[in-house]
Write a protein of this length. Structure first.
Length: 238
């Protein structure tokens, strides 16, 4: 490089601070190999120092196992706090109370269609429940109640069947009556009681009054006297 006045090559680079001294750019880059090696050694030393774990006496002041132990302690405390939050008893809230579904009542069942169930007779032959209508169906699984059965058979209008239904497969003969005898059947699967959701009570018979379309006209949970349902008998044959 020539100087601005054209007096020959310059001894340094112009425009640099004077304290940097004389800077000469060699024509051959291999002349800087020694300086380049010194710079590479210094950079490698700095990189190894950054990767080396901290030891006691260093500025961070933590022993080599301090960080893993701290992480483990935080994990244990978090787990214990979660267990306490899950198992700690809480006062009940209004929204936490279970909803109680009431059992169907006799009024709820009125107007519903009879289910498509099969009963069995004394010969263990299947008898479709809907094929018995119109009918007075008396559940005698918890009480034979012969007087109530005989009274229903006597008062039933012509064309209205009177059927007694036992639980299980045993079929007992219906009690004798002055009029047509009741037809004894059994309900092995207990499907009729399940449909009614009407538990059997010892010493009590229940009755269903079903019209010719298979619709429940009335459910009598506790059969006492025919006077309780006499007015509904005429509707069965209509």
């Amino acid at each position: 490089m020539s100087d601005p006045e054209g007096q020959g090559p310059a001894e340094g680079l112009p425009g640099l601070p004077p304290e940097w001294g004389r800077i000469v750019v060699p024509q051959d880059a291999s002349a800087l190999a020694e300086e380049a090696e010194l710079v590479r050694r210094e950079l490698r030393g700095r990189a190894e120092g950054a990767r080396r774990p901290s030891r006691p006496g260093r500025p961070d002041g933590l022993p080599p196992l301090a960080l893993p132990l701290l992480v483990l302690l935080v994990a244990v405390l978090t787990t214990v706090a979660g267990l306490f939050a899950v198992t700690w008893p809480r006062p009940p809230r209004a929204g936490d109370r279970p909803t109680v579904v009431p059992h169907a009542t006799a009024a709820d069942l009125t107007g519903r269609a009879l289910p498509a169930l099969d009963l069995v007779d004394a010969g263990n032959a299947a008898v479709p429940l809907r094929g018995l209508v119109p009918a007075v169906i008396i559940l005698v699984d918890s009480c034979p109640c012969p007087e109530q059965v005989a009274e229903a058979a006597t008062l039933a209008p012509p064309g209205v069947a009177v059927v007694t239904v036992e639980g299980g497969r045993a079929v007992r003969p219906a009690p004798a009556s002055p009029g047509p005898a009741a037809r004894p059947l059994a309900d092995p699967a207990g499907g009729l009681r399940t449909f009614l959701r009407l538990p059997a009570r010892p010493g009590t018979a229940a009755a269903l009054l079903v019209d010719r379309t298979g619709v429940l006209v009335r459910v009598v949970p506790e059969l006492r006297s025919a006077e309780d349902y006499r007015a509904d008998l005429a509707r069965l044959a209509a």
